[in-house]
Design a protein around this ligand. Structure first.
Ligand code: CTP
Ligand code: MG
Length: 233
């Protein structure tokens, strides 16, 4: 099967503690529309015709994982995540070694982004495969300030050409594993897959996605996600 029509596995990092969110239950297990947020995210991915399976990285002590092995007919597998998001992504990728060839593309999508749209995933794949790698991103709308340690403005940063990196991100399996491993060996903290690929000399394509593909990080984000999903019906 060629790159342009092959099914894609998606790694879903879901092993975080949700420290900025607070509360007793990790945010990915909060109930949204009568379901755990994590399941909503998995359904968003599984419903996409190009997604062939989901590899979810969960915390080693996660007792809330529902134990599913399929989602909307697609296979779902889990592996233990790690201390940082990039460790969880790498663990998920390594767990796919048998299923995915080095030159095949994989998606990575945050468990904490339940509002991702099918057509954004489609565009990411359509544009990202020929580009050799890509991420969904949204242009900055607010004016950007750089602060000093006293919280006073040092400078107003130019806003043009600044984007917020979202997920999913799409890269070739072998290249992404190598880039994440190299960053780990160098002790560099990596906050998204594109950053690891950039370090390795790649220039991922920014594919404009909907700004409402929010990451649930704090309680107001959760309320916004609830509203956005309700609006969709
Ligand atoms: N994640 C992960 N493994 C980690 C840290 C994060 O799999 N060690 C996942 C989270 O579960 C989430 C995604 O990466 O789906 C994005 O991370 P973030 O929003 O930062 O979630 P948390 O790390 O859980 O939150 P916080 O940083 O506030 O603790
Ligand atoms: Mg985090």
């Amino acid at each position: 099967m060629s790159d342009t029509d092959a099914g894609l596995w998606c790694v879903v990092p879901a092993a975080g503690r949700g420290s900025r969110f607070g509360g007793a239950i990790p945010k990915q297990y909060l109930t949204l529309h009568a379901k755990p947020l994590l399941l909503l995210t998995l359904e968003r991915l599984a419903v996409h015709p190009r997604v062939s399976g989901l590899m979810v990285a969960i915390a080693a002590d996660d007792h809330r994982w529902p134990g599913i092995s399929t989602c909307l007919g697609k296979p779902v597998a889990t592996t233990n995540g790690g201390a940082q998001r990039s460790d969880s992504v790498l663990a998920g990728l390594r767990a796919l070694r048998e299923q995915v060839g080095d030159s095949q593309f994989v998606l990575v999508h945050d468990a904490a982004r339940p509002c991702v749209r099918t057509d954004d995933i489609s565009r990411l794949i359509e544009l990202g495969v020929p580009a050799g790698g890509a991420l969904l991103a949204a242009p900055m709308h607010d004016t950007l300030k750089r602060a000093g340690s006293d919280n006073r403005v040092v400078v107003t940063e130019p806003r043009d050409a600044r984007w917020r990196a979202l997920t999913p991100q799409l890269f070739r399996y072998g290249e992404l594993v190598a880039a994440l491993e190299a960053a780990r060996s160098a002790g560099v903290a990596i906050t998204d897959e594109a950053m690891a690929m950039e370090r390795a000399g790649n220039r991922p394509l920014l594919v404009e996605g909907s700004g409402d593909n929010i990451k649930v990080t704090t309680p107001p984000d959760f309320a916004l996600a609830e509203f956005l999903l309700q609006k969709e019906g």
